[in-house]
Design a protein around this ligand. Structure first.
Ligand code: MG
Length: 395
């Protein structure tokens, strides 16, 4: 590794290791190797056809899980470099953090969770871990990607107490232990979590405006966004009132830069104030990687705005309900006749979990094709597509 890491960064040479011992890889450290494994996985390629907020078929320019994950990796690496943290670990976690998302975004997760009630439920963070631990099957000697503990810990960024107890029973002192002990993950894991929030807040504004569901006037309600819209207008008065998207892009660029700077400055202050010297020092305390109090407040206000006006927008909810119905009907069909699934799922003894794993692995469009094949219905015919596919000259 060419960059100098701080003493509190995670060090690949001191990793807690992999569940299955492997010889080192020449020319790469263990976190770089994890990043490479994620990029080459099947689940990673599927992210390109999985919904972030807008369904994949609604337009070519909306974020998908793949482009979202790349934006999280970019923001995460940028902040990690400024703090002399381990960029490769951040990148590995960022690229893997959404691998467990079901098709159709949170709608797919919610529907699967309903279907799996009484069977342990369905939750995407757990499913991301399950994907890298079990469901990827590409190595001769083990299931999964056999990632390092530190990468797996970052992937499991949220976990209920009930799920943590269940995971701990299967893997004592594994990545779920910290949820039982109330301890923090590595700085790189904390940082990737925040990079995720920064990324989706900004790109959901962009996608919401692109879809015609949010307007610049509405965005002026949010102090954090208004500040950068006004600053961008002040510095570039010719952009005001134009149809060009440049004003919004300029405001979002400033918003991202301000949040990255806020996190790095606040974190540097916390590291000094809380005498963090080694990576192990971060485990017991409060979260070290954080927004300032003001930025935390403003970011939360922005999130609430997006919930109210975008995620719960009637047009988004309409597609959400249609997507849930697709997942529910797929689940019923496969559970009733597991032979409708490929044999490696159909042959499993835990039928319901096998169905959930199979559906969770689907892309949006594969789920729709399967749904059409099994039910003869075209699920989204009654849902208006907001914008035609504008993949040409539009920015
Ligand atoms: Mg994410």
């Amino acid at each position: 590794m060419s960059l100098v890491l701080s003493d509190y960064a995670s060090d690949a040479s001191r990793s807690r290791g992999r569940r299955h011992a492997e010889a080192p890889s020449p020319g790469r450290d263990e976190f770089q190797r994890d990043r490479d494994r994620v990029v080459h996985s099947t689940a990673f390629r599927r992210l390109v056809y999985k919904t972030q907020v807008f369904l994949n078929h609604e337009g070519d320019l909306f974020r998908t899980r793949l482009t979202h994950s790349l934006e999280v990796a970019q923001l995460g690496r940028s902040m990690a470099r400024r703090l002399a943290l381990n960029e490769d670990l951040v990148e590995a976690i960022a690229l893997a953090h959404d691998l467990g998302h079901a098709p159709f975004g949170h709608a797919g997760q919610d529907a699967l969770n309903e279907c799996m009630r009484g069977q342990g439920g369905f939750e995407h963070n757990l499913q991301s871990l399950r994907t890298v631990d079990l469901l990827e099957q590409r190595y001769p000697d083990f299931d999964g990607l056999n990632l390092c503990f530190e990468t797996r810990e970052g992937i499991l960024k949220h976990c209920s107490h009930r799920d943590a107890v269940a995971l701990e029973a299967v893997e004592p002192d594994g990545p779920a232990r910290r949820f039982l002990e109330g301890r923090q993950p590595s700085l790189e894991s904390q940082l990737t979590d925040l990079a995720d929030e920064i990324a989706y807040n900004a790109h959901d504004i962009d996608d919401g405006v692109r879809a015609g569901l949010l307007t610049l006037e509405q965005l002026h309600e949010v102090p954090l966004v208004r500040r950068y819209l006004e600053a961008a207008t002040r510095d570039h008065p010719s952009l005001a009132g134009q149809k060009s998207r440049r004003l919004l892009f300029e405001a979002l660029r400033r918003l991202l830069s301000a949040q990255v700077l806020d996190v790095t400055e606040t974190t540097a202050e916390n590291l000094a104030a809380w005498s963090v010297h080694r990576s192990s020092d971060v485990r017991a305390g409060p979260k070290v990687v954080a927004f300032s109090i003001d930025m935390r407040h403003e970011s939360t206000t922005l999130k609430k705005f997006l919930h109210r006006l975008l995620y719960r927008h009637s047009q988004v909810v309409q597609t959400t309900e249609a997507a849930k119905e697709v997942v529910r009907q797929l689940f019923t069909a496969y559970r009733t006749d597991p032979r409708l699934m490929p044999s490696d799922y159909a042959d499993r003894a835990d039928t319901q979990r096998a169905v959930a794993d199979y559906i969770a692995g689907m892309t949006d469009r594969y789920a729709l094709r399967e749904h059409h094949r099994l039910t003869g219905c075209a699920a989204f015919d009654h849902v208006a597509v907001r914008r035609s596919d504008r993949s040409g000259p539009e920015q």
